[in-house]
Design a protein around this ligand. Structure first.
Ligand code: HSE
Length: 432
């Protein structure tokens, strides 16, 4: 096989990165694969727009706005999907697989929702489906989970898998920047999604955790299994009180499995400052894995951006190419070994951070302690700080480890106390 022919769907930031990488690393890629990787057609919306990459014009004969020129082209063996979105992208992937073409995609939205169906369709059509770029951009985390650590039993996956929110929290923590200004910077720097709601609300990270936990625990986790909470309500006070208490607030994807039962969440979490993820700053991503045999491992790097994401895509293309040459396309489907079993609120244990606005008067602590005692909840630390209103005070509490159900009950009872004006914030605190 002299050449592996590619159809590229989309020529935005990532598509342009893929085009550039294929050009710039042409020789190395050919050496690794023993065949040339050649883009035959690129699907774009506006055929009249002049397309330049690094000052060089993309030959117009490569460009088309007719998807048939890719799906009906027998020469094309691999389709790279980088148009984004859900419906169109999914339908294109289906068309490609049904036409016997392997698919490489960066689309976490589609994979988190339709990955199982698409994988089965790929197998049925003797094709491959690879999606390394869908999680944590340039970090080869999917390959690490499914190949590098295939021999181990993974029991915990923790990730900072959204660059936008990590950037915002870093700027709020270290540069005293407001949430709004930090988000604007993240958008200007190009790592936020077109609609940053999915970043800041945690949905983007939740989709990535669906993919990682499904592969890591060999179980078909769905988006509705992921408790998801974004960073929109994190205030500077929480960041600085957490700091006083020895913690850093990060948007953490957390997944663990105990006796076959799984919990998966994405939420602002207080990480002890000596946790390996606590020092992952700016737009960087990192994934921490715990395996029964290997112990702790951590993977760090750029989670977004044209060239890092392109490395993951083109590496997948190399894998597809090698498999085409070996004539084993479609023969690797990852079957889930385990049935989906999710922990209940009685089975999830954690510590919690609470910031209460209380009346600064005798008996407040006693009221809180009484509620806590009923739910077998105890304090790890308590801070009292003044508020603008001299009659009130802020109480900052970190609890000891407690079962989630009891904590939720305690919160409900705290809300009913007359001495408590309001619960300002409540976050999970990482503990082993
Ligand atoms: N919006 C994503 C992020 C890009 O901020 O990490 C990569 O999925």
């Amino acid at each position: 096989m002299q050449e592996i022919s590619i159809g590229l769907l989309g020529l935005g930031t990532i598509g342009s990165g893929v085009y550039k990488l294929l050009q710039e690393h042409e020789e190395e890629l050919e050496f690794q694969l023993g065949s040339k990787l050649v883009i035959k057609k690129i699907l774009i919306n506006d055929i009249n727009k002049k397309r330049m990459i690094d000052g060089r014009k993309i030959p117009s004969k490569l460009l088309t706005n007719n998807p048939k020129e890719i799906f009906d082209n027998d020469e094309i063996q691999v389709v790279i999907e980088v148009i984004g979105g859900v419906e169109n992208a999914k339908n294109y992937m289906i068309k490609a697989l049904e036409a016997g073409k392997s698919v490489v995609t960066a689309n976490k939205d589609v994979i988190a929702k339709h990955g199982v169906y698409l994988s089965e369709l790929a197998t049925k059509n003797s094709c491959d489906l690879f999606y390394e770029a869908s999680v944590a951009g340039g970090i080869p985390i999917i390959r690490s989970l499914t190949e590098g650590l295939a021999s181990d039993k993974i029991t915990r996956i923790m990730g900072i898998v959204n660059g936008t929110t990590n950037y915002i929290l870093t700027k709020m923590t270290y540069d005293n920047m407001s949430y709004k200004d930090a988000l604007k910077q993240a958008q200007d720097l190009g790592f936020a999604e077109p609609d940053p709601t999915s970043d800041v609300d945690g949905l983007d990270a939740a989709r990535k955790m669906v993919i990682l936990s499904s592969l890591g625990f060999s179980m078909p986790i769905t988006l509705s299994d992921v408790y998801t909470r974004g960073i929109g309500k994190v205030e500077k006070e929480d960041i600085s009180y957490s700091d006083n208490l020895g913690y850093t607030i990060k948007l953490v994807g957390f997944a663990d499995i105990v006796k076959g039962k799984v919990e998966v969440s994405v939420q602002p979490t207080l990480l002890p400052k000596d946790h390996p993820l606590a020092s992952v700053n700016n737009e960087n991503n990192a994934v921490y894995l715990y395996g029964e045999a290997v112990g702790e491992t951590m993977f760090f790097g750029p989670g977004a951006g044209a060239m890092p994401t392109a490395t993951a895509i083109v590496s997948d293309v190399i894998t597809v190419g090698k498999r085409l040459k070996l004539d084993v396309s479609g023969k690797h489907m990852i079957n889930f070994k385990n049935e989906r079993t999710i922990k209940s609120e009685e089975e999830i244990w954690a510590k919690f951070y609470l910031r209460l606005n209380v009346k600064d008067e005798v008996g407040v602590l006693n009221d809180i302690t009484t509620v806590f005692a009923k739910e077998k909840l105890s304090f790890e630390s308590v801070l009292q700080k003044p508020t603008k209103n001299p009659k009130d005070a802020s109480l900052i509490i970190v609890t000891h480890k407690v079962v989630l159900k009891s904590y939720i009950k305690a919160l409900k009872k705290l809300k009913e106390l007359e001495t408590i004006n309001c619960i300002k914030s409540s976050y999970r605190v990482f503990c082993d």
